[in-house]
Structures are given as C-alpha cells and as structure tokens.
Design a protein around this ligand. Sequence first.
Ligand SMILES: [Zn+2]
Length: 278
Amino acid sequence: MMVPLQKVLEGARAGCYAIGSFNVYNSETIRGVIESGVDMNLPTIVAFGAGYIPNMRLKDAAALVRSQAADAPIDIALHLDHCKSLDIIREALDAGFTSVMYDGSALPFAENLANAAKVVSMAHAAGAGVEAELGGIAKGTHSNEEDGSEIYTSPDEAVELVRETGIDALAVSIGTVHGMYAGEPRVDVGRLKKIAAVVDIPLVLHGGSGTPEAIIRDCINNGIAKINVNTEISMHTVAKARAAIEANPKIHLSKLCLTEIEAIKEVVKKYMEFFRNR
Ligand SMILES: [Zn+2]
C-alpha cells in the first residue's frame, strides 16, 4: 500500500538501517523497483525525479505506482525527487505522491528555509512527507542530474532548517556525488556525525551509486536512513540491454523490456540487501 515518507523511514535511523530510494521514469523501472521490494519484503521508496517529467507525466507515474502498490503487501512511498518548483510539487501532491523533495539548496539559506516551510504545510495537509536539502552535491560521471558544486552541509544551518520548517528528512552534502566518482571518493563522515548529533530526523544520502560499501555502512551507522540510487541502475540495465541486442539483433522490444526489468531488479535488490546493514 502507499504510505507517506515518514512511515517508510520509521525506525530506520534508530535501527541503523537505511531505505533505498530508487529512481524511476517508465513502466519498467516502476515495476522493477516495486517487485524488488515485494521479493525482499521491505518498505520501498519509488523516486520519480522532477527532471523526468519529459519521460512520464506525474499523474501517469502516480497511477501506475498506485495500482501496483494496491496489490503489494509492503509499504511504498512515491517520492518526487529533486524539485525546485512549488507548482510542480503541488501537482505531484494532487496526483497522489506521498513524499516530495524540495531542493532549494542553490538558494540563499533564508529563501531555502522559507520555501521548505511552504512545502511542508502543503505536503502535510495532503498527508505526504517532505525532504529538503542543505549544501550542494557535486556531479560525477554518468549522472543525469544538474551540475552542482560541492558545498558541505553546515550543522548549525541544519538545526535551524529542521526546527523552523518541520521537514521529515534532510539531505546532507558530505562529499558523495551524483553519478559515479571521477576519482577517489572523499566522504566526510565526521561532518555527518556532527549533523546527526544535533538533528534527530532521518538524514538522506544522495549519490549511493558507486560509493564504497564501507563508507555507506559508516553513514548508515551515523544517521543516514534514506539512500538514493539512480546511475548504477541505468548503467547496469543499459549494459544488459546492449548484450541482449548483441546476442539477438532481432529481439522484440517486448522481450527487451522484460530483460530490462530483470536487470533493474538485480541492482535494486543488491542495494536493498546491503542497506539492511546486517
Ligand atoms: Zn540527488
């Protein structure tokens, strides 16, 4: 069934595990992510990036997720990923999204805070949860996100943003990148510890793809309760699709789509198992 973000993340931070947030943009990715959650019997976040509206309308994504969630014996949050526009957030809430990320990280702090507060009042009235972001997440290779520069999250600003807005989760910038790392990852777990010491809501890590396992484990043990994965799903699935076409150049598109769903599930289930942090 569909539930708000808060319900999916409940207990994760205290229990030192994280819930994966997996990007979707078509029927195959939606099915791959939901079937993975059902197979693993785990709460699942289906994340639709605002940047993927050219691929699929918000209301179409919501309708597909809603009908599949109705048959699924797990909690599913439909999350709007990285959205700068309050109008699009409104549209997503009206379409039935149960979670929204307001990304005002490029704005001056006061403006980010004021907009996040508006989003919280809209979303909570609709029974949905809100993630906001502080700091900037840089762009690595193979990413589909916008360019960004690395600005580490300030613990003092984090306290103020959470207290003044009532957001349900906070995305922090501690050195992970959107996409794959061009060089050695330099993730500042010390900064994460400082933020976690003063902010008690679930913290969110963007840039799960390609981050070394030991670092992710360290982050989960120190307040990270939601981890976004996008690029690696795409890279793995494109590679599998390419191999399927090379093996059978006359492959029918319908068969290729099924191959893609299986490839998506391989990556999603791998991360779901890992984020349990057992
Ligand atoms: Zn992100």
